[in-house]
Design a binder for this molecule. Structure first.
Ligand SMILES: Nc1ncnc2c1ncn2[C@@H]1O[C@H](COP(=O)(O)OP(=O)(O)O)[C@@H](O)[C@H]1O
Ligand SMILES: [Mg+2]
Length: 259
């Protein structure tokens, strides 16, 4: 059954049609890839799904409900969480503190309970830390728990960011170019972690520029160019689709990266 479905979603920025009647459907348990040249509208699609932008047209159906135009907090509350293309962490805070900050977004505690350390607060806070411990283990971060994130390698910071997103206990994790800026070893490690996240029961929607990574990781792909879907299918099909090859060869950002 489809968990998330975009139906003919359009987003315009002052004359620029960033997303043009885009439709695709993500099933529970997918690692779903969105690829396309720079400026194709990938991040815009994610911003519409997570409520940062309200699309002009179309529906975004999450478990049967149209969430297009809802407030980002309400969408997060429904179990959809994302990371950003650029890392956004609290640099002076430790790995564990950064991850628990994701937890506090969904906490039922009130300031009153925190101020007076009520039994509810203590129980809730204990559960939060236990969850953070599990996430650090899953993401291979336990050994860095107390280290401020700004002093860690980029690849580890990226894992912290994903860990913080996981702290909200999402059903759908949306990753915007998670391998950007990572070296080959870090990218490989990240792929293994994304597989682990999927195995833990979370559906993953991923924008990625690193083609090798996408092809190895995802089970289904939508390719967009100039805001429009130009192809859709499994990695094998996409790799051999002339329309996709043409879009990539024709784009300027198809540098030959040796990393
Ligand atoms: N907030 C915005 N205001 C104006 N134009 C934007 C905004 N966000 C994105 N765009 C434009 O929409 C198009 C798609 O951008 P984006 O979704 O970031 O592409 P991608 O993530 O695929 O590289 C681009 O032409 C971009 O300049
Ligand atoms: Mg982008």
């Amino acid at each position: 059954m489809s968990l998330l479905e975009l139906k003919s979603v359009t987003k315009v920025f002052g004359g620029v049609v960033a997303m043009d009647k885009l439709s695709f459907s993500v099933n529970e348990g997918d690692i779903y890839g969105i690829i396309g040249p720079n400026g194709a509208g990938k991040t815009t699609a994610f911003n519409c799904i997570t409520g940062i932008y309200k699309p002009e047209e179309g529906e975004i159906i999450w478990k049967g409900e149209n969430i297009a135009g809802m407030h980002p907090c309400d969408i997060a509350g429904k179990g959809i969480v994302r990371t950003f293309q650029n890392i956004r962490l609290f640099g002076k805070m430790s790995v564990a503190e950064n991850i628990i900050s994701g937890r506090h977004q969904k906490s039922k505690q009130t300031w009153f309970q925190g101020l007076f350390s009520t039994p509810f607060y203590k129980k809730d806070e204990k559960e939060n830390w236990l969850k953070v411990k599990d996430i650090m283990k899953l993401m291979g971060l336990s050994e860095y728990a107390t280290i401020p994130t700004q002093s860690l390698a980029y690849g580890i910071q990226r894992r912290v960011e994903i860990g913080r997103a996981l702290a909200t206990e999402p059903e759908l994790l949306i990753l915007d170019e998670p391998a950007a800026g990572l070296n080959e070893k870090e990218t490989f490690e990240l792929m293994e972690l994304i597989k682990r996240i999927k195995d833990s029961g979370i559906t993953v929607l991923l924008i990625e520029h690193d083609m090798d990574m996408v092809m190895q990781l995802v089970n289904k792909i939508t390719v967009i160019n100039f805001g429009k879907k130009i192809s859709e299918g499994d990695p094998e099909y996409i790799q051999s689709d002339p329309v996709v090859i043409e879009a990539y060869l024709g784009s300027e950002d198809d540098e030959e990266e040796e990393n």
